[in-house]
Design a protein around this ligand. Structure first.
Ligand SMILES: Nc1ncnc2c1ncn2[C@@H]1O[C@H](COP(=O)(O)OP(=O)(O)O)[C@@H](O)[C@H]1O
Ligand SMILES: [Mg+2]
Length: 388
């Protein structure tokens, strides 16, 4: 049995544009059935198939139901189904042996209301947090997260368990913040975890990110939370500013090892109390938030650099390794498809034949020890083929 997502008329184009950017391809049922498209689906591509047009068809041709039931059984994991919410009642009944789970897509509607344009003064109630999602939204969060982050299977499993436990104990008031400490070499995808959570929570705003690589260490705490009161040029600090600008319950602290002890102790407090307080005593409630800390330090240096109190506070501590060649290949397929889809949508549909296969065959993934370089290689190869 599969799951079906409903969208409303006002959501469709936003939803499509968000998901196309994320690499999904959209097909209506009729596009799928015509032109043999159905036999040429790419196993590395994620698709949304829109089944809205089937409702009227099956209602008028009862005899086709048998064929359709069989058809649905043949789809793989890379296919998701969507339908106009106007058909919800009919479709739930007609395809009662096909779909057993339903939820609504998570996209703002196209209509801009005054409410959306004005940024409310106390924003924290409108922030989407992992602890606020209902079960269907959580499923959607994880399917998005898993589809966008390549490899790291063990981490994904542990993350799921951590989130499940966090949602329970946060309600009981025993677990204020879910903290992840990700170590590993540059370019293996540590920051990508935060970007992926940010997108999977459906953010329309900037990721709340602090990079300690940008701070000179002696005044890191001042830059973070503002200088002490009365100090000339004192402000509220970057942390509160970033968190205020964001619309989801996630904070990324990059290159955490470059911070100093004062900053480490500050975060110990934040994790303990679920509150961000700056030098001017402004408070912001971050209860229910996820905080991702990333660092290039090795497992050995982790112990000498970070105090035992803080270490034991992190809910997850793990070393990230470079993706396997198999996962890198999947990533290349995905990225090439994503770039081609965007190029089609925003630039031109005039694309050389079999471009996807050509680019993929030119990239030897085992040469790349860093996802950033691999990504650059994909871009360069794409551009070279578009020019010629
Ligand atoms: N598992 C992954 N899935 C998808 N993209 C990834 C993955 N890992 C890395 N990338 C891409 O590779 C680049 C480098 O990853 P990043 O997370 O910034 O590395 P770092 O470990 O240094 O924080 C980014 O552009 C990111 O989009
Ligand atoms: Mg990084």
């Amino acid at each position: 049995m599969s799951k079906l997502f409903f969208y409303t008329k006002n959501q469709f184009f936003n939803f499509k544009s968000d998901q196309t950017t994320a690499g999904f391809e959209f097909l209506s049922m009729s596009q799928l059935l015509s032109s043999q498209k159905i036999n040429n689906l790419d196993v590395y591509q994620q698709y949304y198939i829109d089944i809205s047009s089937m409702v009227g068809f099956v209602k008028a041709n009862d005899s086709q139901l048998f064929n359709f039931e069989q058809l649905f059984n043949s789809f793989g994991e890379n296919i998701s189904f969507i339908c106009d919410k106007a058909y919800e009642k009919d479709i739930k009944y007609i395809f009662r042996y096909i779909f057993d789970e339903f939820s609504d897509v998570e996209t703002e509607s196209d209509e801009i209301t005054d409410e959306v344009q004005e940024i409310p003064a106390t924003k924290s109630s409108s922030v989407k947090k992992i602890t606020d999602l209902d079960d269907a939204e959580l499923d959607l969060f994880f399917s998005n997260f898993d589809a966008r982050l390549y490899g790291h299977e063990r981490f994904k499993e542990e993350f799921k368990e951590l989130v499940t436990s966090f949602r329970v104990f946060n309600k009981l008031g025993e677990h204020k913040i879910l903290s992840l400490f990700l170590m590993g070499d540059s370019g293996v995808g540590k920051t990508e975890v935060a970007r992926t959570i940010h997108k999977a929570l459906g953010s329309q705003a900037k990721l709340a990110k602090i990079n300690f690589g940008n701070y000179s260490s002696h005044d890191a705490l001042n830059s973070l939370i503002g200088s002490p009161l009365g100090y000339i040029g004192s402000d509220g600090g970057e942390l509160l500013k970033r968190v205020n600008e964001s619309d989801v319950g996630l904070i990324l602290i990059d290159e955490f090892e470059k911070a100093d002890n004062a900053v480490f102790n500050y975060f110990l407090d934040v994790l303990e109390n679920g509150k961000i307080v700056n030098s001017q005593a402004d408070e912001y409630d971050v209860n229910g938030y996820i905080i991702v800390f990333t660092s290039n330090i090795t497992k050995e240096n982790f112990k000498s650099k970070i105090s035992p109190e803080l270490r034991s506070r992190f809910d997850y501590k793990g070393v990230f390794n470079l993706l396997t060649d198999e996962d890198k290949k999947k990533f290349v397929h995905f990225r090439v498809n994503q770039i081609i889809a965007k190029y089609r949508e925003f630039v031109s549909a005039d694309i050389p034949d079999r471009l996807h296969d050509v680019i993929v065959s030119e990239i030897n993934v085992s040469q790349f020890k860093n996802m950033r370089d691999l990504n650059k290689k994909i871009k360069d190869t794409f551009v070279a083929h578009i020019k010629s």
